[in-house]
Write a new protein. Structure first.
Length: 403
């Protein structure tokens, strides 16, 4: 890079350390569900997807979404952590490392919007709250369930290390199980895990603590969390600040503030166009196809896209904790990245811009481009249900689906 380019980008391309992990720059590929794990197993397409991201210059790529148990999957083609998949996960991390990148895995549990057809029985949840995404009620978790899920997170973290991952991202946002406990919208419990914010934090905080105990003091643990659910009488930024402090106390290495509730406000976390027809016709269930065609505009609300659309709320998390905070949401240009660094964020997570062009980080560092040409059509999101996440606008490139 020229001196002029270096001055403009500042810390963006400087190495950074998180826990025991050294990263080559401050850019992380966000955890975006790939849809490339048939029967919950690692595919060659998944390996190539993340290898290409690492080869493109991104410091760390996040494999998402990986359930900590068979019972925590929203789809049959969603990865779940177990001993049988460790050899193939090791092939994946080896491919990433060979390109100079680091590998993170996003661990979570879907809770009440797990798929009955994928898991074979009624899903569990924080409370008996109707899930519009599945049109069903979950079974409220009892104390034994809570202990088992906590242990599943710890065991999955240990297996992730065996598979060669350099970091773990715990999913505590977007209406997933840990988020269901945090949100008063889904948590109607009357015991020690419900009611007050202190009680609603208890289980998610204990999961982070247990994972920390499982992986040791220096292994990087990122926690993705909501700053708002986008629903009336649900979690908002004031609660999120308290949650962030609790996760820091529990042993999180860094926080990733996000927003939205998959079962109610799914596009709040994305913004931009809603490819509802494409989403509908990529479904396999005829009822889901009909439902999306008839009610898609109601179920999938529109949120206008803006660059750095989570900045304001993320600032409040940043000012509340003493650990690194990762800025996510509409990071599409070098100016966005440098603004984040100037604001005090140590890292940025990038999703669609890297899906559009996995080599974009290299191109930015070489001075060939300064911003992504992604137009936020979100057809990559619709594609994940059929052939796996990819930019359908691309005419070539390593992430285009092969004929």
């Amino acid at each position: 890079m020229t001196q002029k380019a270096e001055a403009k980008t500042g810390k963006v391309f400087m190495p950074a350390k998180i826990g025991s992990l050294q990263l080559r720059n401050r850019i992380i590929r966000a955890g975006c569900f790939e849809g490339m794990c048939p029967e919950g197993c690692v595919s060659n397409e998944l390996i190539e997807h993340h290898r290409a991201v690492a080869a493109g210059g991104t410091a760390m790529t996040t494999v998402a979404y990986c359930s900590v148990a068979r019972d925590g999957r929203a789809y049959g083609h969603e990865l779940w952590m177990r001993q049988e998949v460790l050899p193939d996960l090791k092939r994946l991390t080896d491919a990433i490392h060979a390109e100079g990148g680091a590998a993170s895995v996003q661990l979570g549990h879907c809770g009440f919007f797990a798929s009955r057809s994928a898991i074979g029985h009624q899903p569990i949840g924080a409370s008996r709250k109707f899930c519009t995404y599945r049109m069903s009620f979950p079974r409220p978790m009892n104390e034994q369930d809570i202990v088992e899920v906590r242990e599943q997170f710890g065991q999955s973290a240990k297996m992730a290390i065996q598979a060669g991952f350099d970091a773990i991202e715990i999913h505590a946002g977007h209406g997933y199980l840990l988020s269901q406990f945090l949100s008063p919208y889904t948590n109607k419990r009357k015991d020690q895990y419900g009611g007050s914010l202190e009680n609603r934090i208890r289980f998610p905080k204990s999961v982070v603590q247990h994972v920390r105990e499982a992986v040791g003091p220096d292994f990087p643990i990122f926690v993705k969390m909501n700053t708002t659910d986008g629903i009336k009488n649900a979690l908002e930024i004031e609660d999120a600040v308290v949650v962030a402090k609790a996760f820091e106390e529990a042993g999180a290495s860094a926080l990733i503030p996000s927003c939205g509730f998959t079962a109610k406000t799914p596009f709040m976390m994305l913004r931009g166009n809603r490819p509802i027809k494409m989403m509908a016709f990529n479904q396999k269930n005829p009822l889901q196809i009909i439902g999306l065609i008839l009610f898609g505009s109601f179920l999938v609300q529109y949120y206008e896209y803006q660059d750095m659309f989570l900045l304001d709320r993320a600032r409040q998390i940043l000012s509340a904790v003493n650990i690194p905070v990762v800025l996510l949401g509409g990071i599409c240009s070098l100016d966005n990245m440098q603004t984040a660094m100037n604001e005090g964020f140590e890292f940025v997570q990038v999703g669609r811009a890297i899906i559009k062009d996995p080599d974009i980080v290299n191109k930015m560092q070489r001075g060939e481009v300064t911003q992504s040409d992604c137009d936020h059509c979100n057809r990559c999101v619709a594609a994940m249900d059929k052939d796996g996440v990819r930019c359908v606008c691309n005419t070539d490139g390593p992430l285009k689906k092969k004929k």
